[in-house]
Design a protein around this ligand. Sequence first.
Ligand SMILES: Cc1cc2nc3c(=O)[nH]c(=O)nc-3n(C[C@H](O)[C@H](O)[C@H](O)COP(=O)(O)OP(=O)(O)OC[C@H]3O[C@@H](n4cnc5c(N)ncnc54)[C@H](O)[C@@H]3O)c2cc1C
Ligand code: SF4
Length: 338
Amino acid sequence: MMRLPPFAYLAPRTVGDAVKYLHDHGADAMLVAGGTDLYPNMKRRQFEPKALVGLRGIRELRGIRGSARDGVSIGATGLLSDVVSRSLMLVHYPAVATAAGLVSSPQLRRMGTIGGNVCVDTRCNYYNQSYSWRKAIGFCMKKDGDVCLVAPGSPRCWAVSSSDTAPALWSLGARVRLVSPDGERVIPVASLFRDDGIEYLAKRGDEILTEILLPPADGWRSTYLKLRRRGSFDFPVLGVAAAVRMDGDVVREARIVLGAVASLPREAARAAEALVGERLQADVIARAADLAASPSKPLDNTDFTHPYRKKMTRVYVARALRRLAGEPEIERSLEDIH
Ligand SMILES: Cc1cc2nc3c(=O)[nH]c(=O)nc-3n(C[C@H](O)[C@H](O)[C@H](O)COP(=O)(O)OP(=O)(O)OC[C@H]3O[C@@H](n4cnc5c(N)ncnc54)[C@H](O)[C@@H]3O)c2cc1C
Ligand code: SF4
């Protein structure tokens, strides 16, 4: 049985105290919300913090507030199960509700938070293993070693962004509030991530993500599709978030964001541009799906082969756009692939 290493648990009641504790302990401290990712990672010695700053006791970080007309605020420790079950989210921000509902299993969605999901660690077959497994093959640069076992000779880590909600939030233009001893700032979700498997967040170590802000729904239609081996609880090996705003039956604005194809969620901007001014019909969807496959650059470090995952990007983007066009759901994978 794998055991947690020893650590001090700090239980602030306010964001101010949490910020202070984090600052006081510096690099020795980490934040924990639901702990559904952090604790297993600590058991595998992927993280060895001396202190954890727990966010669950902070009342001001909870809750979903607002309206489709004015925009919505989701507290960082809002449970994924609450994001899924609120009709406000299901009706007006379906990509986010669907993505939250597809994270792992019901038990983990009742513990896991949306803030923890956005900040969840990147993943790699050579890293998400026990300490003894990693030691046996030789550690890699993400923890304890100095080489990349997927791309030897690469100066960087290519671990994969594996959050379900991040691409969905990005596609809807969400922003996040970050609080630190220096004050607070609000940045787009699109600016929160870095293309690096180790330093995958553009937030500072002493910043706490306190709130996710969704803009007014304003006629945006959205959806999220996820590819994984076991539909019951696996991480995504491909996520597709698509959002469109229509003028009648013509697309006025569009965003497509891919998950699990790089170390950060990857926007397929050219694919989205190809939709603007067009009707969501077969030839337009096929062209956008082809364009979306180009920024999808999976490596051979998660489940399924990377050529298959790249091929499925086109298939899933087409399916997502057909869903937004209101077409009935039909499994057309063979037709799509050939
Ligand atoms: C079997 C299994 C299956 C899983 N499947 C999926 C899946 O399909 N999709 C998916 O996306 N995830 C999956 N996960 C990972 C995890 O359960 C979810 O991502 C969950 O939402 C993480 O939220 P949490 O509150 O438990 O985060 P924690 O584990 O508490 O924290 C995760 C990370 O975020 C940081 N953090 C947490 N809150 C904040 C904050 N407010 N500000 C700044 N940093 C913060 C922590 O320091 C830590 O680095 C799975 C996990 C397991 C064990
Ligand atoms: S991509 Fe390379 S450095 Fe990063 S976790 Fe995998 S093996 Fe390690």
